[in-house]
Every structure is written in C-alpha cells, then in structure tokens.
Design a protein around this ligand. Structure first.
Ligand code: NAD
Length: 144
C-alpha cells in the first residue's frame, strides 16, 4: 500500500513524486499515457532536472561506446556527482567545456546556459534539442 497517489505523470507529477520518494514516502504515480508510463518504468526521465535512473541511462552506454573508440571522457551533471563504476566524477562545466573536442548533451538541465555552451564548445552533439533554435543556426551543433 502506498502513502501517496499522484494522478498525472507530467511536469508537476514526476518531480512531486520524486520529492515524496526522496523523503521516504511510498508513492504510486498514475497516468493514462502508456508511452509515458513505459518510459518511466524503464527509468527514463523526460523532465528537466529530474534525473533518470542511472542504471538505464543512455549516457552510460555512450561513455562505454566512446571509450571503446579511444575517447577520454569527462562529464558535468549537477545531479550526479560521481559515476564510481566508470571511475568518473562530475567536472566543472567550464573544465568539461574547455577540455572537450566534442560535447554531447544527453540530458537537459534548466541551470545550464545552452547559448553560452554553444558559443564555447568546439563541437556539440545535442540529443535533447537543448540548444533550441540557436543550435539549429550554428554549424558546430549536430542534433539527432
Ligand atoms: N506545469 C506547471 O508549471 C503548472 C503550474 C500550475 C498548475 N499546473 C496544473 O497542474 C496540472 C498538471 O500540469 P503538468 O504541467 O504536470 O501537465 P503535463 O501535461 O506535463 O502532465 C499531465 C499528465 O497527466 C496525464 N493525464 C491526463 N489525464 C489523465 C487522467 N484522466 N488520468 C491519469 N493521467 C492523466 C497526462 O497523460 C500527462 O502525463 C495541470 O492541471 C496544470 O494546469 C501546472
């Protein structure tokens, strides 16, 4: 039995559920959108500032694939201070930007100035359209 039921797994419901869960409250989150429910059950967050369950994070697969090609990886994520299994800790955003030949945006965070990132990065692969129309006009930004 849960302590709280939240109807609607959207921009209000998901962060609210996260806050309750982090406080130790048992939560059931209900939604009519089957795709949204399936994504959440896979541990994928589509909400800014709500991290995905890292066990399912595509970012980890990306780290593995890029390392397989010989890349040196650094990352920045204010919600994920370290990735012990990968032997990585979050760098400063400035440090990560300056060091990188290519910046991959795999999750969007509201605290990041993507216009500034776009202006400073040598090359950007933007998986989340975080760079918006500014990125679309910039020849160094690739969107998928
Ligand atoms: N986002 C905001 O800043 C904000 C601020 C104030 C009030 N609100 C209000 O909060 C409510 C939720 O907003 P939101 O931004 O999370 O919306 P959202 O569109 O991001 O999410 C709403 C979710 O509810 C689900 N849903 C719709 N009908 C349902 C039903 N009958 N049963 C179960 N799930 C259902 C949808 O599939 C969707 O996933 C809205 O009424 C909105 O007006 C939102």
């Amino acid at each position: 039995m849960s302590d709280v039921a939240i109807v609607g797994a959207g921009y209000v419901g998901v962060p609210l559920a996260q806050v309750f869960a982090e406080a130790g409250v048992s939560v059931v989150l209900v939604d009519v959108d089957a795709d949204r429910v399936a994504a959440l059950n896979r541990g994928e967050s589509y909400i800014e500032d709500v991290p995905s369950d890292l066990r399912e994070s595509p970012a980890l697969k990306l780290v593995e694939l890029l390392r397989g090609e010989g890349a040196n990886i650094s990352y920045y994520d204010p919600h994920v201070p370290e990735l012990p299994e990968q032997g990585l800790a979050s760098a400063s955003l400035d440090g990560a930007l300056e060091a990188a030949d290519c910046v991959a945006i795999v999750t969007a965070h509201s605290g990041i100035d993507y216009d500034d990132l776009t202006a400073r990065a040598k090359l950007v692969v933007d998986f989340r359209n975080a760079t918006g129309s500014n990125g679309s006009l910039n020849g160094r930004v690739w969107k998928l």
